[in-house]
Write a protein that binds this ligand. Structure first.
Ligand SMILES: Nc1ncnc2c1ncn2[C@@H]1O[C@H](COP(=O)(O)OP(=O)(O)OP(=O)(O)O)[C@@H](O)[C@H]1O
Length: 280
């Protein structure tokens, strides 16, 4: 179980500015972004394409260094990638194709010397079972569906018992039904394991279902527009009045021009529209 709120935030993102320098220009990805993630949080970074969500996640992963501000995990500055911060990406090709499913899950445990072969195998089988793929230990990644590959990537990350799990739109490339199932499974896993999650999405609906807290970001450069609690919603709340109300509220935060659903904020806008119009 996660320890609860005794020792201060697990992750602190303080006044973070992220910039990219290309030959032609300087891109400011985020400006002065601050937030705290507590143990056991399912913390969502939500915003339109280009608001710097992935950049914030990569900086937390230690894959890039902010231009300004600081990111700390349990008080220690993040300067490089580390096994206590495991990442799950959107792409289905994140599993080395020459390793079996089981070997894929065992690999970080062995590479980080967290476990010997026997322990790694046992842990990998345990987590493979947890994501419902016990029968696929010896399968090669190319024989799996997209959803199954994402389950393996999640098992691989959780097997490391990271202090924080970083997920970058992990379900965005899945069909709607599989996406819903994966959200359900992730929540069930969280109920069992109570890991701390930092999750990037541009879907309001997904943010409300998966998250316990949501950081709403505005684009160019990404700034904090609001931070909201949403632990009250589950997958059963789709279409409920409270859910619709919360979705509309977030929509209005993201598109403050006043409900103009055709405002050209980004090519990704239909995701928000779908979220607010969804009812069942
Ligand atoms: N390697 C890079 N070089 C130059 N600019 C970059 C690079 N990576 C990201 N950017 C720019 O930084 C800004 C933020 O990008 P980022 O990918 O973090 O946003 P995002 O909110 O995750 O978007 P999306 O939902 O489309 O992935 C964008 O304007 C993007 O073009």
């Amino acid at each position: 179980m996660a320890t609860h709120h005794n020792d201060g935030p697990l992750l602190q993102v303080s006044h973070v500015d992220i910039e990219y320098r290309t030959r032609e220009r300087l891109v400011r990805a985020t400006h002065d972004v601050s937030f705290d993630v507590w143990p056991g949080d399912r913390f969502i970074l939500l915003g339109p394409s280009g608001c710097g969500k992935s950049s914030l996640l990569k900086a937390t992963g230690g894959f890039l260094t902010p231009r300004g501000g600081e990111i700390t995990l349990q008080g220690e500055a993040i300067t490089a990638p580390g096994p206590e911060r495991m990442m799950v990406f959107q792409e289905f090709d994140q599993l080395p194709p020459w390793k079996t499913v089981l070997e894929n899950i065992m690999f970080p445990l062995l590479a980080s010397r967290k476990a010997n072969r026997a322990q790694a195998r046992e842990t990998a089988l345990h987590f493979l079972n947890k994501v419902g793929l016990a029968g696929f230990a010896d399968a090669m990644p190319h024989t799996l569906s997209g959803g199954m590959k994402q389950r393996v990537a999640i098992a691989r990350a959780l097997a490391m018992k990271p202090r924080i799990l970083l997920m970058d739109e992990p379900f965005a490339a899945l069909d709607a039904l599989t996406r819903r199932t994966m959200q359900e499974e992730l929540l069930a896993l969280w109920e069992e394991e109570r890991f701390t999650l930092l999750f990037v999405t541009h879907s309001i609906e997904e943010a409300l279902v998966v998250g316990s807290r949501i950081l709403v970001l505005s684009p160019h450069p990404g700034r904090v527009r609001a931070e909201l609690n949403c632990h009250q919603f589950t997958l059963n709340d789709f279409g409920s009045e409270a859910f619709q109300h919360a979705a509309q509220h977030i929509h209005d935060l993201l598109f403050p021009s006043g409900g103009n659903r055709t405002s050209p904020v980004s090519g990704e806008e239909p995701a928000y529209v779908a979220a607010t119009l969804h009812s069942s």
